[in-house]
Design a protein around this ligand. Sequence first.
Ligand SMILES: [Zn+2]
Length: 695
Amino acid sequence: MTTEISKPGNGLWGLLTKPLHLRFPSLFTPLWTESPFEVRRRDSRLMFLAPIGALMGLIGGLMGATGPGVPAIVFVPVATLAGVAVMYLAAHIETFLRIQGGADLGNRALLAEISIDMFGGGVVATMVATLAGGDIAAGAAVGASMVGIFGWMRRIFWGSWIDDTIRLLAGDGRPADGPDYSTEHGLIGEGRFSDAVESFRAKSRERQGHAGPLVEAARLMRDRGQYESAMDLFVEALNDPTLDGRRASAFARQIWELADGPLSQPDLAIPHLESVVERFDETPEVEWIWKELTIGMSSDALVDDFGASSSRVPAVRAVEKILSEAFVASASDIHLEDYPEGLRVRYRIDGMLQDAEAPPSRIRAAVLARVRVMGGLNPSEHPTPRDARIRVPFAGRDVDIRMSTVPTLHGESIALRILDTEGGLLTLTDLGLPRQDIESLMRIARRPNGMILTTGPGGSGKSTTLHAVIRELSTGREKIFTVEDPVEYTLEGVCQVSVNPRAGMTFASSLRSLVRQDPDVLLIGEIRDQETAEIAMHASLTGHLVLSTLHTTDATSSLHRLVEMGVEDYMVVHTLEASIAQRLVRRVCAHCAEETELDAHTIAAFGNIEDTPTRAMVGAGCDRCRNTGYSGRIGLFEMLWMNQDMRNGFLDRVSREELREIATANGTRTLRSDGIDKIRQGITTPLEVLRVTTA
Ligand SMILES: [Zn+2]
């Protein structure tokens, strides 16, 4: 058995004594760490009082010695011994209090030990005091010291036979009020451990699986170094249907300490800890188990050190694996869904959900809890819809993750949006804008006022395009403001504001204050309502370049959409300079692309366009693209430049069809024809283009 040096706790007491802990660790070491009952005390508050007791005894002795009557040669040693006695008593009192507080310290045995010390010390003290013929005070002082002396001597000289006596008194042998374990003790005495264990098991079965005999057996096995057997017995004890959370937690603690300590296989304990948590999820006693399972309390250093982790806790490892694989695969989202069959893990890569390897079903609760802990949420509370932020170091940088959790029929669904600051740094060329369009766009963007809109459904890369425009614009001379919901990518030299409707920060209210700061460029995450639209229009008329997005399917529809929101049509024609519809398609994987003949069905799906391609590059699927045949994404664009024809047509209220014809006449190419161009260049496939351009 090892000597344990206690650690300072987290409370006020721990804080106050921390310097002493560090400087004089031995002060906090229990007086005796070996006991037949293996009392393991992790922090000993009253032990701290022990040296103080000794000191007080010594000082009291010296003071007494200077007074009349008793010679120093008698008083000083007696008082010192009294101090030692205080130390010893303090240890006992502490143990007693802990037992009262519910600690599982082999209760009855320790109480018996205390009684024996008191009794032995008392008898000897009375004898000595009487023989000396002294008065009551002297007798009491001598008596107190004798308790201590007796305790020490008992430990040092008569340990074994007194321990046996204690065992008997404590009921380990033949107690009056409990089952008789003498047969088993006999078997253990003969070294027949497995027979003894079987006998204990039989007694437990007699009592409908009662934990008592099993725990008794487990302790005995543990004390004799039979750790595996001890752990098995504690595990069996957990099956007792009458267990309460406190006892289950105590058994779980034993299992954990055995697996983590002498057996050095913490994994063995995990399923048992999890089953305790599941069974007693409302019980405060099992909270430590949650922490152990989800943060790995025993390995403090690993909590914040995700990048270089070597955590042994399976749930921690599983979450690390899920995250790092998602980062490597450039996933934008991770979805963790709890089903009765187990946890489902999916990555969204290039806009498409793909199944990923799920952790073993037995640790799924711990995996979800671990993610909640990383997001600063309470892992053990019942799931409610919550949002949180997680930041994890990966490959030398920090990756921000926006987490949201919602309870589902079977448990909970956690979505993690990976806000990779570097993944957002794409240029307009990267995004797939043709060179001449980039030039026209930037010409408009460099004007001091006007409005540029990008349109498309959610996830079509609208904001990414506007961010690329801003990066191209930003020279450090402009004041650039963005209002986003939320800010996903940080842009250097740009003031970014996240809207927070719950705190009253809507697009409209944020904009009103931002316009007062007179920015040169204003990026509005989305125009959703009349109020926002009007502020945006007004700003673009009064010397601000406004960039924003709209939810419309094609470029010309944005004009009508703004009017539907309640904006006057003359405002629209005075402010809008360009409207860009866009979609994202997946790029063909460069490592497995093969030229393929298109079937008649696909060609027909493109309709009656004369330049429909008949051949295209298609990815066959390889390791680099996770067998999808695609890797990365690129935009399809429909660029609408406002000119006099468009403005007149719009103000004359021509039909949408006619307006589209005017746009086409002015050189606007549809999303589909941009897509056909990109099929011809071998960048994407017909299936992808059809997917995003079929209404
Ligand atoms: Zn491939």
